[in-house]
Design a protein around this ligand. Sequence first.
Ligand SMILES: Cc1ncc(COP(=O)(O)O)c(C=O)c1O
Length: 399
Amino acid sequence: MLYKEEGPGDVSPETKAIHVRHVSDPARALTPPLYQTSTFTFPDMETADRVLKGEEKGFVYSRGGNPTVAQFESALSELEGGEASRAFASGMGAISALLIHLAKGGRSVIVPKYLYIGTRAFVQKFLIPWDIPVHWFDPRDPSWTDSMQGLLAGNAGAVFVETPSNPTLDIIDLSLLARLCREANVPLVVDNTFASPVLQRPIAFGASVVVHSATKYLGGHGDLLGGVLTGPAEIVSKVASDEGSFLGATLSPFNAWLILRGIKTLHIRMQAHCDRAEEIASFLAGHPKVCSVRYPGLAGHPGHDTARRQMRRFGGMLSFELASSVEARRVANRLEIFQIGVSLGDPGSLIEHPWSMSHRLLSEADRLSSGVTPGLLRMSVGLEGLTDLVRDLDRALSS
Ligand SMILES: Cc1ncc(COP(=O)(O)O)c(C=O)c1O
């Protein structure tokens, strides 16, 4: 048997991340074997019959499953506390497959106004033209729970949220939303990309499914694209056998191997990202050129108390507002250590101007209603020296 089921037992998540369930390897290599293969062979037709019928464990073709990818999936199930996981070629691969699955039969999808631009584009370019009802809610509206109950009472297939959200760092109360979803028997899906399972485990608060862009903190080095979803075996196995296999957004074994390597340092990296982001948020909050800072770790953030309840720390992502688009672009240009770029979760600090970069294709009205103002800058605080990062920002803001 290629794939060994034993995990490391009842140990801390840090230990689990390093000693993930492993593929048995006669050579006893320290790092997981990389099965860089498209297909798998059978010793005889009878074995092929048993494997293909599911009577015996085994791998057939890497679009359906691969031992290195399976190892990454096991790691995510351990880290998120879910029954099963399925890996994808990117975060959008996971999100699109899952939403297509949950919306089947014309069931509605409920999403917040503050949502990663790619998920928003998928909803607008695919779900809506396919006549799948999409309902938007505003988590900043104090009465959002009332409207949510009404939406859930319809033929809802899923509620899909991000917390913290990209790029506005909005926080949604997971226990509260999960209770409403549970009462209505509608799966709650949480995009946990910004927090990572080190800082937040949505399933423990009642979410059904967690999705990640593994491109970000899980991979952690800015050198790959990947995605994953974790949740009840019933949902995950159906998505794996249908959308996961036939839409074709399959994670490559090499990328799974790289993400497994990244996960080993996830805990220590997340702590270091948080250490720096917390200090930078305070620095920016006290800077006269900065109009406002959106970081859930700041006591003035509207979601601070909720974030304290559901997150271990507040993450490495923050956004701040300058007086205008011109000023935001000027500051981005003056930075030397922060690089201008749209991704996040890498060792190197990145900054983006959503108004002219990630959200540029939205109308001004749509940008504003999704919380993106002309002066907003979003940063992914990396792992460089804190004093260097603060000096870089100070110089760019002051000159
Ligand atoms: C919160 C969030 N979810 C999903 C995605 C999509 O992930 P990918 O780029 O790996 O497809 C991103 C990408 O930036 C993201 O920030």
